[in-house]
Design a protein around this ligand. Structure first.
Ligand SMILES: C[S@@+](CC[C@H](N)C(=O)[O-])C[C@H]1O[C@@H](n2cnc3c(N)ncnc32)[C@H](O)[C@@H]1O
Length: 222
């Protein structure tokens, strides 16, 4: 028997998780995927530039960013065909199909040139996806490799300054959706950034509920 294709297995899992959820995703997640709007507002891409999101889901962040930064082209990839179906509908409804392109791919191993006909982006961001990606460390390296400028990451923190009972409740609930907050997230990003001569800025939001990490090139310095 041949080895299972891990990308296909994970893609199938994500499709099952989101098959129904995608219809209520944007409405419900706005109450608990905190820090996304701040991250989008800090992207500040150059006019005429290009921005890539890994794990773009319903396209909610891409649409927000495209409205905020009108002279920029946006690209998103996601492993779930179900999520991308919603993303394509929402992007078309927003009249942004000419400025946002999405494609199906695994954020741990993708070929941006084949998907989007470009290798590098002025900004790359990842919003609440690393906590769902097996081998998420490879996505951190891939994001840094694809970015000519800064990389922006927001995800669940360790709830380090919240009560223990809240942390337990949240963790139990997130596990039902195959979400695992990554304790080594900041250290992993720091190591990958240092290898590429980049610097890292880390902000813990809402008592550690969410973490916001920005990787800058030497000329940018967050
Ligand atoms: C919690 S959702 C976040 C969606 C969006 N970034 C947001 O902030 O609303 C996580 C997304 O990551 C995607 N995902 C999970 N594993 C992935 C992988 N290996 N490669 C690409 N996308 C992945 C899921 O399909 C899902 O759309």
């Amino acid at each position: 028997m041949s080895a299972p294709d891990l990308t296909a297995v994970h893609s199938g899992l994500m499709d099952r998780v989101y098959k129904r959820q995608r219809h209520v995703y944007d409405l419900t997640r706005k109450y608990y995927l905190l820090g996304r709007d701040r991250m989008v507002s800090e992207l500040d891409p150059p006019a005429g530039g290009a921005v890539l999101e890994l794990g773009c889901g319903t396209g909610r962040n891409l649409i927000l960013a495209a409205r905020r930064f009108p002279d920029v082209q946006f690209y998103g990839l996601d492993i779930s065909a179900e999520m991308l179906a919603t993303a394509r509908q929402s992007i078309a409804r927003a009249g942004l199909s000419g400025r946002i392109t999405v494609a199906q791919a695994d954020a741990t191993a993708f070929d941006a040139q084949a998907l989007f006909d470009r290798r590098q982006f002025d900004r790359v961001f990842i919003s609440y996806a690393l906590s769902m990606i097996p081998g998420w460390q490879r996505s951190v390296s891939a994001a840094i490799a694809a970015a000519a400028g800064s990389v922006h990451i927001v995800d669940f923190g360790q709830q380090e300054r919240l009560p223990g009972w809240f942390r337990s409740l949240l963790r139990g609930w997130l596990a039902r959706f195959h979400v695992s907050p990554r304790p080594g997230l900041v250290q992993e990003i720091q190591a990958a950034a240092a290898a590429g001569g980049r610097t890292v800025d880390f902000v813990s939001l809402y008592r550690g509920y969410a973490w916001l990490v920005t990787v800058a090139t030497p000329t940018e310095r967050p």
